[in-house]
Design a protein. Structure first.
Length: 277
């Protein structure tokens, strides 16, 4: 009887080893990405908790600005103090905007406070893709209505403007205050915040607002990566192989959201045809 030839298994252990190494590598990458994203998400959750604490504590801000000679500065400083009390670490952009008498009337004052928090978290595995950090951002807006009836006190300078501050464990490590016109505030496209829980009155026709403009105001930035934000420069830009990808995505987001106006959204009864990008 002819003997059977044994099966060739010489290369099998090597193939199994390669597959095992690839599988372990993929698992480690997935775990690493999860850790990086989880760290950024945790930072954002912390921001939102701080903002809610600040908002709740500032509900009595109307009394602080009611007779102030510079209510904007008073409001911004109160936010800084509250952020410090909550041990905040990161950057904060704080705006105060109050309507002029010509818009609010002689018997009323309407103002709003806008706070945007930003934290950078260092990455581990995303560094391999050119991302050294992930930035978490959160915003909050609330209104101040110090009067409801009767003649009101209105200072010559209501203090419209912004304050950019950096914090380390509640300690202010840097600050820059800028006086601006009402139209320059993040609420430039919204001239009033009214009613319980907020509400907005447009200063321009609905057709003059795009979804991109509105989301840029409420979210702060729509850039998919930090290095594409206004004024940001990445030291690795020249060697970043993924930069063209992010630039293309950034243009696509801006073009798509810019193709819809607020009027379009108000009239939307069925899905609109997507604009060609």
């Amino acid at each position: 009887m002819a003997s059977r030839k044994p099966l060739r298994t010489r290369g099998l252990p090597g193939q199994v080893a390669v597959i095992f190494v690839v599988a372990i590598s993929c698992l480690l990458i997935a775990v690493g990405l999860g850790v990086d994203v989880s760290t950024a998400y945790s930072a954002k959750t912390g921001q939102e908790a701080v903002l809610e604490a600040v908002r709740q504590s500032s509900l009595g801000m109307s009394n602080a600005v009611k007779y102030s000679e510079n209510p904007g500065r008073e409001a911004r400083e109160e936010v800084v103090e509250l952020l410090s009390d909550n041990g905040y670490t990161g950057t904060a952009e704080i705006w105060y905007a109050e309507l002029p008498e010509s818009e609010s009337g002689s018997n009323d004052r309407y103002a709003g406070v806008y706070v945007r928090l930003s934290n950078d978290t260092e990455t581990t595995f995303l560094k391999l893709a050119g991302r050294d950090k992930l930035t978490a951002r959160s915003t909050a807006v609330w209104t101040i209505h110090p009067y409801s009836t009767g003649n009101v006190y209105r200072p010559a300078d209501v203090g419209n403007g912004s304050l950019e501050a950096t914090f380390e464990d509640g300690t202010v490590t840097g600050r820059k205050e800028t006086a601006t016109r009402l139209a320059d505030a993040p609420g430039a496209l919204l001239d009033a915040v009214r009613g319980k829980g907020g509400g907005y009155r447009l200063s321009r026709p609905a057709k003059d607002y795009t979804a991109f403009e509105i989301l840029s105001l409420t979210e702060g930035t729509l850039a998919p990566v930090t290095c594409l934000e206004s004024g940001q420069q990445c030291e690795n830009a020249e060697n970043c192989r993924t930069l063209p990808l992010w630039q293309g995505l950034d243009r696509t987001i801006a073009a798509y959201l810019g193709s819809y106006t607020l009027e379009d959204l108000a009239r939307m009864e069925k899905p609109l045809q997507h604009a060609e990008l």
